[in-house]
Design a protein around this ligand. Structure first.
Ligand SMILES: O=C(O)[C@H](O)[C@@H](O)[C@H](O)[C@H](O)COP(=O)(O)O
Length: 325
């Protein structure tokens, strides 16, 4: 493994992390929803009905070119309207970060979001251990859907929580459907993949010592049994899926995370799951970390530059507190 160093944005406070992550999510959303479609070359020519030189055959050609061109642009407009923002969410403290950051924003086009889960703990949705359950209670149920639309949310089938393999296979089918079928896409491409990192180094539900899962090349979703922390049975999206995303971010806060962040940043050769992603998605990975989690970590910290300083429902701090490095 080489030593790819990702961008690390550092912040004083949890609330600063939340604000910056929300800004980055909106930036990714806007990028996904306004991506330029390749202009199809149109052979249309200017129509000049007074042009006496134009023969009737010429006129026919001109008129038919004109109608192809207008068909093209209405197809393009339709495609643009149908564009979706595809995002994968992890669980843990990330949900609280998103709760604090996203719900304040008035520039989120929730109705155009397709939300999937990076992983899921196989417990009832009622449980506060359920990633979907927690996201629903802390985010989805609180969206003003009349104003911003309703996102499509793709969660596991709760009736399969006793069978990790079946549950993983079923969720993979959900992804295949959402990403246009496995025959046409080798891997799904999320516009944004959001990850946390636990003190033991697991990301999504990919644990450091579960080498088989970490080496998985074909499956999009794997079952996880006997997880060493939290609920034992889980499913997780795999490393190739994470690394195929357009953008990946890690959101980490708290002094308890400092030792693992130190290993990830300073000893990538140890091959922790995050280091594999830093390498596999090099150039597309950003870390949003608070100062506590960076205690004694030797890494170049960047100051986050906001992309969308927009009207917040709450007064917006003129100078968001980020570290000056
Ligand atoms: O379901 C899970 O276990 C999560 O998706 C997991 O990967 C999480 O992101 C980390 O455990 C960090 O969680 P904290 O931010 O709460 O430490």
């Amino acid at each position: 493994m080489t030593t790819t160093v990702p961008k690390v944005f550092a912040f004083h406070e949890f609330s600063d992390v939340a604000e910056a992550v929300a800004d980055y999510v909106v930036y990714a959303q806007n990028g996904a929803l306004t991506k330029k479609l390749k202009e199809r070359k149109s052979s249309a020519v200017n129509l000049n009905l007074d042009d006496k030189a134009a023969s009737s055959a010429d006129m026919q050609r001109i008129l038919s070119n004109k109608s192809i061109s207008s068909r093209d642009s209405s197809k393009k407009a339709k495609k643009e309207k149908e564009r979706r923002f595809k995002i994968a969410l992890s669980g843990g403290s990330l949900i609280q970060i998103l709760h604090e950051g996203l719900l304040k924003r008035d520039d989120i086009q929730w109705g155009k979001w397709d939300i999937y889960f990076a992983d899921e703990r196989l417990v009832s949705f009622e449980s506060d251990q359920s990633n979907y359950g927690q996201s629903k209670r802390k985010i989805f149920d609180l969206i003003d859907t009349e104003k911003y639309g309703t996102p499509n949310i793709y969660h596991i089938d709760e009736s399969l929580i006793d069978d990790p393999q079946e549950c993983a296979d079923n969720y993979e089918k959900v992804l295949i459907k959402g990403f246009a079928g496995r025959d046409s896409v080798k891997l799904p491409m999320f516009d944004l993949f959001l990850l946390g990192c636990a003190p033991d180094g697991h990301i999504a539900s990919l644990f450091p010592n579960f080498q088989e899962n970490l080496r998985e090349k074909l499956a999009w979703v794997v079952p996880v049994e006997k997880a060493p922390s939290g609920p034992e049975n889980r499913i997780s999206l795999t490393i190739p899926v994470i690394c195929h995303s357009h953008r990946v971010i890690f959101v980490v806060e708290g002094a308890v995370k400092a030792p693992v962040i130190k290993t990830i940043m300073e000893r990538p050769e140890k091959g922790l799951p995050s280091s594999i992603v830093n390498e596999g998605a090099a150039g597309r990975v950003s870390w949003f970390v608070d100062d506590d989690a960076l205690t004694d970590v030797f890494v170049t910290k960047k100051k986050y530059k906001f992309h969308n300083k927009i009207e917040f429902n709450e007064p917006f701090k003129e100078e968001p507190a980020t570290t000056e490095k």
